[in-house]
Each structure stands twice: as structure tokens, then as C-alpha cells.
Design a protein around this ligand. Structure first.
Ligand SMILES: [Fe+2]
Length: 365
């Protein structure tokens, strides 16, 4: 009488008499056995009911034991296979072990030997599964740790951006406001959460490259010379260089940092990208960044009124700005009294989940 948690086993042999001997032996040990007279039949049985243990003869018509073994290993890698060979076939048995069979028994076999081999094979199988399980857990933990380290670096960079901005009353709160405006535009445009996360990341770090710009130039009260303007406009490239190692898995966020001063008409910085060469995420942040810059006081000019800044956005549609992003911005603030927004609180940034092999974002577990 098999136990409720008895192990299932499939015996494959074209000789019914030998099959019966093995089945009787294994049932005596508490296994639940099914039988197959050929490799093909064995695959059909496994298809409907995979088992942890298969004992298979090597020489069989239709499909021999080696072919069956290859199929089982490919399709049911956790199934333990023991091959039954004639004494003269030891070489084949060794080849089977190399292919992944867990053991072999030579005919004529002693029942005690079969019993011992079966138990050993099941032990090996459990061990293999434990190792595989451990490897998978370990891999996952390494990935989690790597991500945590990346997020810690991200926190430091985010703190650095805010520190830089707070040092300068003219730029204080700029990046969080740009992220806020961008999020409102994105929401209005019905973008997916993955794209919104990317925008949040890129928008808040977009000006990090200003760390590489001379403070004297950055805070100059008067009009910039051509050389000084060019120097300031290096910040998108510097920023992208700083963030590249951290954002290698989020190229769209990195593009925001590098390209937020590009214009649709190709007259922007640093690459003179035009039209479709500028991603939607970049176009959205471009509108948000410009609006916040216009409505903030600068050392060389007072803040523009909201009305004037909105007019600039309208007039720049199609040349500097992406028209749907401008429309979405306006729609997000039907009551203009909400403009400019008050600087929101800084929240920790997160890296969007990595993309799968098809370039889709994978939701976290
Ligand atoms: Fe910038």
C-alpha cells in the first residue's frame, strides 16, 4: 500500500518481464510506479504526469534509452534518471552519466543493488535541487544588494544636487520643481508608471553636471560671454558622464540628463538633435525645465511672470518645445493661480525596474 507522500517512479523497458521485476521491487519500497514499453511511450506518460525518478533500459526499439535520457534532461531537468544496461554496455552507461543520468545498474542486477542505487539517485537529486535553489536565492540576493548599492549612490547624488541648488538662492528647489512639473505633464498625457519613474529620475538629476561648471560663471550677474555660455552648456554632457555607470540600465533617464537643452528645431545643446531624435521623456522635461527657469529669478534678470512664461511656451511650440507637452502642461493647470508651484518636498529616488529581454520593464517581486 503506497504512502500518501510516496515518490512516483516510471519504469521503461521493452521487456514486460523485466519491467514487472523492477516495478514489484520499487512498489515494495513504497514507490508508486507507472510503466512504459518504449521511449516514445515514456515521454507520453511524463507529459501527463512528470515523475521525480525514471529507470530506463538502454536498448529499446523506436527510441533508445540515450535519446530518451536527452529528452528527459532537456524537458524535465529535476527528474532523476537511472539507466539499466547490459554488462557489455558499460561504455554506454558512462556516456549516459556524462549526459546527466544520475546512476546506472548493470543486468543481470541484484535487487539489493537496484534498491541502493535508487535511494542514492534520489538523494543526489534532492541535493542537486537544494544546490540549485541555493544558487537561485543567492543570485537574487546579490541582485538585490547590487540594486541597494545603486540606490544608495543615487541618494548621495540626489543629495548633492539639492546641496548645490541650496547654495545658490537663484536655483534653490529647481530640480524638484522640474520633476513635479514633468510628472504633471506625464500624468496629463496618460504615460505608464515605468515612463513616469524614468522621468522622475532624469528630471531630478538633470542639472547634476553643473557641479563641473565654474561657480564664478554659474553665478555671474551680468551677461555671459560666448565662451562662458559654452562652458555652462557643457553641464548636460558632464551630468551624463557622471550618471552613466549608475544609469546604464535606464538609458531614457540618462537621455534626459544629456539632452534636456535640445530643441525640436535642432538648435539646442549639446548634440543639435532634431524632432524625433529627441525622446518624449526629454521633450517633457524640456518644457518643465524652461518654465521653471523662466519663472525663477536669475542673477542677470528678474523672474518672468507666469503669463509671460506661458506665452513663451506657446510661442516656442514646434520650434523649441513639443506641442503636446505644452498642451498637457496648460491642461494640468486649468487654474493658473497654481503657478508657479511651491517647491515640493524631496522624496527618495528609485531606479526603475530593469528591462527584460524584450525591453519591457519588469515589475518588482
Ligand atoms: Fe540644465
Amino acid at each position: 500500500m503506497p504512502q500518501p507522500n510516496a515518490v512516483k517512479c516510471l519504469v521503461v523497458d521493452d521487456e514486460p518481464r523485466l519491467r514487472r521485476v523492477l516495478v514489484r521491487l520499487l512498489e515494495g519500497e513504497g514507490f508508486i510506479c507507472s510503466e512504459a514499453g518504449s521511449g516514445t511511450e515514456a515521454l507520453e506518460v511524463l507529459q501527463h504526469d512528470p515523475v521525480p525518478l525514471v529507470i530506463s533500459d538502454l536498448r529499446m526499439p523506436q527510441m533508445d534509452g540515450v535519446t530518451l535520457l536527452r529528452e528527459i534532461i532537456a524537458r524535465w531537468p529535476t527528474t532523476a534518471v537511472i539507466v539499466v544496461t547490459a554488462v557489455a554496455e558499460v561504455e554506454s552507461a558512462v556516456a549516459c552519466l556524462q549526459l546527466g543520468a544520475l546512476d546506472y545498474v548493470a543486468k543481470p542486477f541484484h535487487l539489493d543493488e537496484v534498491r541502493a542505487r535508487v535511494m542514492q539517485a534520489l538523494d543526489k537529486r534532492s541535493l542537486k535541487m537544494e544546490v540549485e535553489d541555493y544558487r537561485r536565492t543567492l543570485e537574487q540576493r546579490v541582485q538585490e544588494q547590487a540594486r541597494r548599492i545603486e540606490e544608495l549612490s543615487l541618494e548621495r547624488l540626489q543629495a548633492l544636487v539639492h546641496f548645490l541648488e541650496e547654495k545658490d538662492p537663484y536655483t534653490s528647489g529647481h530640480s524638484v520643481r522640474v520633476a513635479d512639473y514633468s510628472a504633471r505633464i506625464g500624468r496629463q498625457m496618460g504615460l505608464s508608471q515605468a515612463v513616469m519613474d524614468t522621468i522622475a529620475l532624469g528630471a531630478e538629476l538633470h542639472d547634476i553636471g553643473k557641479i563641473g561648471v565654474s561657480e564664478a560663471v554659474l553665478h555671474k550677474a551680468g551677461k555671459l560671454t560666448e565662451a562662458e555660455y559654452r562652458h555652462i552648456m557643457e553641464h548636460p554632457v558632464i551630468g551624463a558622464r557622471i550618471l552613466a555607470p549608475l544609469m546604464r540600465d535606464v538609458p531614457p533617464a540618462l537621455a534626459i540628463v544629456r539632452s534636456h537643452h535640445e530643441r525640436l528645431d535642432g538648435k539646442g545643446f549639446p548634440d543639435g538633435l532634431k524632432g524625433d531624435q529627441i525622446s518624449l521623456e526629454v521633450r517633457i522635461v524640456g518644457v518643465a525645465d524652461s518654465f521653471d527657469a523662466m519663472t525663477s529669478v536669475r542673477p542677470y534678470r528678474p523672474a518672468l511672470s507666469v503669463q509671460k512664461a506661458l506665452q513663451e511656451l506657446e510661442e516656442g511650440k514646434g520650434t523649441q518645445f513639443h506641442p503636446p507637452a505644452v498642451e498637457a502642461f496648460l491642461a494640468a493647470f486649468p487654474d493658473r493661480s497654481g503657478l508657479p508651484v511651491t517647491t515640493p518636498e524631496v522624496r527618495p529616488l528609485h531606479l526603475p525596474p530593469p528591462l527584460d529581454a524584450h525591453g519591457r520593464s519588469t515589475p518588482p517581486d
